[in-house]
Design a protein around this ligand. Structure first.
Ligand code: PMP
Length: 410
């Protein structure tokens, strides 16, 4: 199979490095992928396909880290956004889209009474911690070890430039380990403000884990007894697992739920919903941002949520994801590999058993990228509603060759 020429991408990356810290920062850096095998810059996309600056086409299984749940440039979402764009996006006051989206979200999300909007997921996870602290008068926030809840100081994974005091009142426990969670509460009597969970555990550079039977039931009962606020960080899973919030699927009734990514199919907006009891605390905490009120992403969000509902997105994503899963597992077996395929089918992660340094995964995914299939060697993948049977068939054709390359050692 012919592999891609990426010379324009890497030339542009070298240019960027001269004037942008690290050229491209965060997980979108080519250093976070298989350096040299992935493109560095895209130009455009349509549905499940994206094109890079060298003109190469990819079937995209990252979907902008989960935002493009319907696929790129969805016509209904773009039409709603464009209609608002013609009227204006950023005003001194919110627009009439504000209440429309607020009502949409409160009607949509199960068990939640109010909503506020931000721009990035990190805005709303951070706001959630302040609401919980204000509501309880307590300090400690308990997160899940290895989970990603955003880039703000209290939770960012990098330590550079962050005084340790910013994390003084944050601790963590292992997903599904109720005993560890309870022991934290015991050691800090009356001081745990909140626990922040993700619907299932989806860490980078590790297998995903689904909630164990009874985990959420017991955790919820314990938190109610102890007065601990339950925050669900549904930023990555939201609208993918269940239209009304992933907590519905897993049978837990959180106090606060954070959304972002898929809620506007790629337009920049995040939201936090909450129970009525926490509204006074939400009103007391200072929360704002210049772009929080922009109308175009709000128009896009209303349209995206309506398409997600009509298309019954979570069910269809699961079907497509099952196709991918069955195909890749059969191929792995054919090539004699034991692989670990974890997480829900709509957002799976595959890696090679025993490949502790991820070198096999980097080779597999890098070779796939060079042949037009955009997976990720360290992070879970995303299926979108625009993926077709043909896309999956082509993915498996490429994967067959990539498994063979890994078997031969590169
Ligand atoms: N929580 C989770 C579960 C996420 O996946 C992310 C983004 N990857 C965030 C929070 C932070 O969102 P953002 O990057 O939009 O700030």
């Amino acid at each position: 199979m012919k592999t891609y020429d990426l010379s324009a991408s890497y030339r542009m990356f070298e240019e960027a490095k001269k004037i942008v810290p690290n050229g491209i920062y965060g997980p979108r850096s080519p250093y976070f992928l298989t350096y040299g095998s992935y493109p560095c810059f895209f130009t455009h996309g349509k549905g499940s396909h994206v094109w890079d600056v060298d003109g190469n086409e990819y079937i995209d299984y990252m979907c902008s880290f989960g935002t493009n749940i319907l696929g790129m440039n969805h016509p209904e979402v773009d039409a709603a956004a464009l209609e608002q764009q013609r009227r204006g996006d950023s005003f001194t006051l919110p627009t009439d889209r504000w209440n429309i989206l607020a009502e949409t979200m409160v009607d949509q999300i199960d068990g939640q009474d109010w909503v506020a909007f931000g721009k990035n997921g990190s805005d709303v996870t951070t706001y959630a911690t302040s609401i919980a602290r204000q509501h309880t008068g307590r300090k400690l926030i308990v997160t899940v070890r290895g989970a990603y809840n955003g880039s703000h100081f209290w939770c960012s994974h990098g330590g550079a430039g962050v005084p340790p005091e910013y994390r003084a009142h944050v601790t963590d426990f292992a997903f599904n380990d109720l005993d560890e969670f309870k022991s934290i509460a015991k050691k800090n009597p009356g001081d745990v403000a909140a626990v922040m969970l993700t619907p299932h555990h989806h860490p980078a550079m590790a297998d995903q884990a689904l909630p164990a039977e009874g985990f959420y039931r017991e955790l919820e009962a314990f938190c109610r007894k102890e007065g601990i606020v339950i925050i669900m960080d549904d930023i990555r899973c939201g609208f993918r697992m269940h239209e009304r919030g992933s907590h519905v699927l897993y049978g837990i009734d959180p106090d606060l739920v954070c959304f972002g990514k898929a809620m506007a199919n790629g337009y920049p907006i995040a939201a936090i919903t909450g129970k009525a009891a926490l509204k006074p605390a939400a009103e007391a905490v200072f929360f704002t941002g210049t772009h929080f009120f922009a109308a175009v992403p709000m128009a896009a969000a209303v349209a995206a949520i309506s398409v997600i509902n009509r298309e019954k997105a979570p069910g269809r994503l699961t079907e497509l994801g099952e196709m991918l899963r069955t195909g890749l597992l059969a191929q792995a077996e054919k090539h004699g590999f034991d692989v670990r395929y974890t997480g829900p089918p709509a957002m799976p992660f595959m890696r090679f058993d025993g490949d502790d340094d991820y070198s096999k995964n980097r080779l597999f995914c890098g070779e796939a990228a060079k042949r037009g299939i955009f997976l990720h060697p360290h992070h879970n993948w995303f299926v979108c509603l625009s993926h077709t049977r043909d896309d999956i068939a082509r993915t498996l054709e490429v994967a067959d060759e990539c498994f063979d390359i890994v078997r031969k050692g590169g």
